[in-house]
Design a protein. Structure first.
Ligand code: BGC
Length: 742
């Protein structure tokens, strides 16, 4: 029996005895309707007890109502595994010996699989680990849109396309929550950079908000049924997102009917009255930033603690506000901590390792291959592995998503297992320890000598495999800081060029949560692009290199040639990272405008005819696929009808593989600005050599709609449209069919 279950039993027994009544109170009856339980519990609570529900009691928990046997809520990061235990009152790790877990691939890897079944497997597996660790809320998944490759947290999100992100988030959430563990979808909304994340005020059109930045959240709420959502640090419309009237009252609750709890990002609350009135339920992480400040600011000083109680008592805000919050929180508690149906959970099982491996396997993107891949190890007398990411534990660092793994397979270890001691290693460059908001400066002389050593060894090797990319250091793929440059860090470009000169038989196998410049791309025979793959990452990389796994990942974001080719960066500082001003009182303000509007990612590259080096949706295989001739069920679509488009897909190569068939829709002569085309559906098909399968997409008018800001509604207009069926967003001669919307 868990601690919480025993609490429940004690409370039950005590209540039954004191009331000397046989009947169980409705709120303790798991068979009673949820709203009946909520109202019954609420009716028994004092004002103080209701307010207490609304703020943290420790770094990662919020109180229940002990008197009534209502347990506290325990939360954990998220989103790639269950984070190690954190101290009650500061950010230090508690150093438990039983909290190491499975690290699953980063969400950007999940998105690169384009396989919603794997998103379900991910949610199920991470949910079981969360349950085992007795967590009620897992802080994830993140569905913020990839707007710039410099965002330090892109690896925690699911790429640049709202449809893809939403399709992947929904199964993750549903399966996670079957464990009685709430998803906490983050960061709502417009948290698309880490620079000035706590204060930047984002300005954008309603159309961009509704077409690009909200749809994945909406799907997570409406289709995924997320039980909680995390407010973002930044501001929107001059108000912090954690108590933003428009985002939380109007959109989340008003338009989407969200009945779960809104949790702040840690330290994201700034004002009691706004928090009281604008839809926030649970305040976490304010003030207690470690031992230095906690003596000054206890949990009772939180905006939604004593100051809130006083405001209610003085009548400044109505008591109904706390009733509403308590309802949302009780609902969350009944769904999680008091969920009597929930399973026990498990961690680091063979099934979880297999799930992590499978997700990783399907996520690796083969950007380029002249035929050198897959590698036949027996062909090479000596293989040199170069690069820090071949040995670095990439689950360390990165901020709140950092994980304490029980096991970790590095690429070097996996390749040595595969091919033995003919695999040699040279570090090539030093990246320093992963630290939060700090970086270790490596003397140039050290980098020079590591590079010289690797280049010398490359000359003697039959094959070089380079494992570089980004890592989880500050100013790389790490929370709180954006990247400083689009180039690879730590002198990797120079190193790669020198390695190519020393030995052109080189395969680039980079691991990264972001796009980066590849000035050497034309000079290397093959490039693999992987995201952070967690516990089993090295095994995946070895299997993809050797061909045991045929790559089938597709880019969930564009890789521009230059940073200036990215939409957000095309409009200068006012667009990214924003402009800072100082007011008469010396206070600093930062503001940015999303001038690219709805043209994010491939929508920009396509519409503005600025090709990306590797396009959204691109990814090769060791086999080849041919998309045949599409056929449509009709040439016309009625406003209330549907139309289907079918296309045969054939594996024309010699290996079993998978292709992601992508449906983009384009309006041929739009009366208003529209992206050249937009992703509206996709399906991953698995084919044996010579096999053909037919993929059928159903098109309905909602796929042709745009958001009309004046009418505040989605609208369609009669017109001509093109359904493009492709295996990359950059397909020049992709099959297509035209049709009319009547
Ligand atoms: C991050 C959140 C995270 C929270 C708790 C914040 O700094 O932005 O994503 O869940 O900390 O660790």
């Amino acid at each position: 029996m868990t601690h919480r279950q025993s609490l429940l039993t004690i409370a039950l027994t005590a209540m039954a005895a004191s009331a000397s009544q046989a009947e169980t109170p409705a709120y303790l009856n798991p068979d009673a309707p949820l709203e009946t339980r909520v109202e019954d519990a609420l009716s028994r609570m004092t004002l103080e007890e209701k307010v207490a529900l609304c703020h943290a009691q420790s770094k990662f928990s919020s109180p229940g109502v002990a008197r009534l046997g209502i347990p506290e809520l325990w939360m954990s990061d998220g989103p790639h595994g269950v984070r190690a235990e954190i101290n009650w009152n500061d950010w230090g790790y508690s150093n438990w010996t039983n909290d190491s877990i499975t690290a699953f691939p980063a969400l950007t890897a999940l998105a690169a699989t384009w396989n919603p079944d794997l998103a379900a497997l991910y949610g199920k597996s991470v949910g079981e680990e969360a349950r085992y660790r007795e967590k009620d809320i897992l802080l994830g998944p993140g569905v913020n849109i990839y707007r710039t490759p410099l965002n330090g947290r892109n690896f925690e999100y699911m790429g640049e396309d709202p449809y893809l992100a939403g399709e992947m988030a929904v199964p993750y959430i549903k399966e996670l929550q079957k464990n009685g563990v709430a998803a906490c979808v983050k960061h709502f909304a417009l948290n698309n950079q880490e620079t000035w994340r706590g204060s930047i005020d984002v300005d954008l059109s309603d159309r961009a908000l509704y077409e690009i930045y909200l749809p994945a959240f909406k799907k997570a709420v409406e289709e995924g049924g997320a039980w909680s959502i995390m407010g973002a640090y930044n501001q929107f419309g001059g108000q912090h997102c954690c108590h933003n009237s428009r985002l939380l009252n109007d959109i989340l609750r008003g338009e989407w009917g969200f009945d779960g709890a809104v949790v702040t990002d840690w330290g994201g609350a700034h004002d009691t009255k706004e928090a009281a009135l604008n839809g926030l339920d649970i305040e976490m992480g304010s003030y207690t930033n470690g031992l230095t400040s906690e003596s000054n600011f206890g949990y009772d000083d939180y905006y939604l603690a004593r100051p809130y109680l006083e405001m209610i008592k003085s009548g400044e805000v109505p008591e109904s506000t706390v009733d509403e919050k308590a309802r949302n929180i009780l609902r969350l508690i009944f769904r999680t901590a008091m969920n009597t149906e929930k399973p026990f959970g498990s961690k680091c099982t063979p099934e979880h390792y297999a799930a992590a491996k499978l997700i990783g396997d399907e996520s690796v993107v083969l950007l380029k291959n002249s035929g050198i891949l897959p590698l036949d190890g027996s062909k090479y007398g000596s293989i040199l592995v170069v690069g820090d990411n071949a040995v670095r534990r990439l689950t360390d660092g990165g901020g709140s998503s950092e994980l304490k793994v029980q096991d970790y397979v590095s690429p070097l270890a996996a390749l040595q297992t595969l091919w033995g001691d003919k695999v040699k290693f040279a570090q090539g460059y030093m990246a320093g320890r992963p630290m939060y908001e700090h970086e270790e400066v490596i003397p140039e002389a050290v980098q020079d000598s590591l590079r010289a050593e690797a280049v010398a060894m490359a000359k003697d090797a039959d094959l070089v495999i380079f494992f570089g990319g980004l890592n989880k250091n500050a100013w790389q793929d790490c929370e709180s800081t954006d990247r400083r440059e689009y180039d690879l860090p730590f002198g990797q470009n120079r190193l790669i060029e020198d390695l190519i000169a020393a030995n052109p038989n080189i395969v680039i196998a980079n691991i990264t949560g972001n796009a980066y410049a590849m000035p050497w791309a034309d000079k290397v025979p093959a490039i693999l692009h992987a995201s952070y793959l967690g516990t089993m990452g090295g095994a995946t990389m070895a299997d993809v290199l050797s061909g045991a796994v045929n790559p089938s990942g597709k880019l969930p974001y564009s890789i521009p040639f230059r940073i200036e080719d990215n939409a957000a960066h095309s409009f200068g500082e006012a667009s990214y990272p924003g402009i800072e001003t100082v007011d008469a009182d010396g206070r600093k303000h930062q503001k940015q405008t999303y001038s690219e509007d709805i043209l994010v990612g491939y929508r920009w590259h396509d519409t503005k005819k600025i090709p990306a080096r590797y396009a959204f949706g691109h990814g090769l295989s060791y086999t080849t696929f041919v998309l045949g001739k599409p056929s449509a069920s009709s040439k016309e679509l009625n406003a209330d009808g549907t139309l289907s488009v079918s296309i045969p897909v054939t594996n024309t190569g010699t290996r079993t593989g998978a292709e992601v068939v992508q449906l983009y829709i384009s309006e041929l002569k739009p009366s208003l600005m529209r992206p050249e085309k937009e992703l509206k559906s996709f399906e991953k098909v698995y084919l044996a050599p010579g096999e053909t399968k037919t993929v059928t997409f159903t098109i309905d008018p909602s796929m042709l709609a745009f958001f009309d800001a004046d009418a505040h509604a989605w609208k369609t207009q009669p017109g001509r449209f093109r359904a493009i069926i492709a295996n990359t967003s950059a397909g020049k001669k992709s099959p297509s069919v035209d049709f009319t919307l009547k």
